[in-house]
Ligand binder design. Structure first.
Ligand SMILES: *Cc1c(COP(=O)(O)O)cnc(C)c1O
Length: 385
């Protein structure tokens, strides 16, 4: 079962109070008729899917979303009974697995639903949300005729239920909204052709929910903003409420030593001490998702910004210290120490990527500690599961 301890000096802390607050803030921002679908794909954007799901549901979210069926099954195995939708493409041959586990699937073309109908066991039922491609160009139906055909196939089968219809915006987080509005118009055209309105109609990711709650119909698929991150840097000044960042990454100095002038550090001996200096070894590396591109970046030790010197290795890197520090001193790679904070956005900028990618890529080797009211409520050590 779930391993509740770990034996390495590197861990992620997930502040579930932040998740709770972020969900509640979105709920207050929406109208009473709108629900929150908490998006917990990719292990809850690296935070921990089960714990985030539980917290989001307690905070008032009514539905969960994942990317593929295995992620939904993992939540079910952990006892989560709330409705779950798989947003991505499932294989039509897996329709029975979805039915057995009460998982809602996304229908994204006619051929798929015909195959699913042939493959579904006679005694099973399954719910769908219909995905329309209004300009994302990824998954979904582009053609009105095809949409109506799909609905016909679903309606003709007593085993099938069309619970929802949705689309996804490509540019909801950008300043230029022309493409967003065009997609919204296109979605409305589709809706006007429907023979009936399914229970859930949704367009919005976090960016849409934050900026245009009135344009996401009766549900918002809340991902990045639930984790306390801004959907894009352009949106920083446009937030209707404050987001609380839930994820932090920590380690400890496991070896501290003094270098003399001219001594070198790590593979390739790319770093040379200019003078006598103190350095510390930190047990996290690229195999944890702390990639080699972090060479030269800063982490926090004793409230100081300290440089990562030499190459980042598979499981370790070396940091230059302001002075001698004890083994066991906390190293914060993402988060706050004293009056210094290294947020996920700073790390993303350093790596020339988006904030979404940062917690997702800190992988299963790094245990997650879950905090509520500053107390540890659970530890998940995926490597020993
Ligand atoms: C991941 C995903 C979301 C969540 O997007 P955020 O920008 O993280 O809020 C919403 N809808 C779909 C279809 C997704 O794949």
């Amino acid at each position: 079962m779930e391993c509740t301890s770990f034996y390495r000096d590197t861990w992620v802390e997930v502040d579930l109070d932040c998740i709770e607050e972020n969900v509640k803030s979105m709920i207050s921002h929406l109208s009473k008729e709108q629900i929150v679908i908490a998006v917990v794909k990719a292990n809850g954007y690296g935070h921990g899917d089960v714990q985030v799901a539980r917290t989001a549901l307690n905070a008032g979210a009514s539905y969960l979303a994942v990317a593929f069926l295995d992620e939904a099954l993992s939540l079910r195995r952990h006892g989560i009974q709330a409705p779950i939708i798989v947003l991505g493409a499932s294989r039509s041959e897996d329709v029975n697995v979805a039915a057995e586990n009460n998982v809602t699937l996304t229908v994204f073309n006619l051929e798929w639903i015909i195959q699913a109908k042939e493959r579904l066991d006679k005694d099973k039922t399954v719910s769908f949300h219909l995905k329309l491609d209004t300009g994302m160009g990824r998954l979904g139906i582009k053609d009105e005729g095809e949409m109506l055909e799909v609905i016909k196939v679903i309606d003709e089968s007593p085993m099938f239920h069309l619970e929802g219809i949705f689309t996804h915006f490509a540019t909801a987080d950008e300043l230029d909204l022309s493409y967003f509005h065009a997609q919204f118009e296109r979605f409305n055209q589709f809706l006007s052709l429907l023979p009936y309105q399914p229970k859930l109609i949704h367009t919005g990711n976090s960016a849409t929910g934050l900026r245009f709650p009135e344009k996401t119909f009766n549900a918002v698929r809340l991902g990045i903003a639930m984790y306390g991150l801004t959907p894009s840097t352009e949106m920083k000044g446009l937030l209707p409420y404050e987001l609380k960042e839930a994820f932090s990454l920590h380690s400890k100095l496991v070896h501290v030593k003094k270098l003399t002038e001219g001594e070198k550090v790590s593979y390739g001996a790319t770093y040379t001490a200019n003078e006598e200096e103190w350095v510390g070894t930190v047990p996290i590396g690229y195999a944890d998702g702390w990639i080699r591109k972090h060479q030269g970046a800063e982490v926090l030790v004793e409230g100081n910004r300290c440089e990562i010197i030499g190459r980042v290795c598979m499981d370790q890197f070396v940091v230059r210290l302001p002075h001698q520090l004890p083994v066991g001193s906390r190293v914060t790679l993402i988060g706050t120490q004293g009056n210094q904070t290294i947020g996920i956005d700073e790390v993303a900028k350093r790596l020339e990527t988006i904030n979404y990618e940062i917690p997702c890529t800190i992988n299963f080797r790094v245990p997650r500690i879950f905090l509520e009211k500053q107390s540890i409520i659970e530890v998940r050590n995926t490597i020993l599961l």
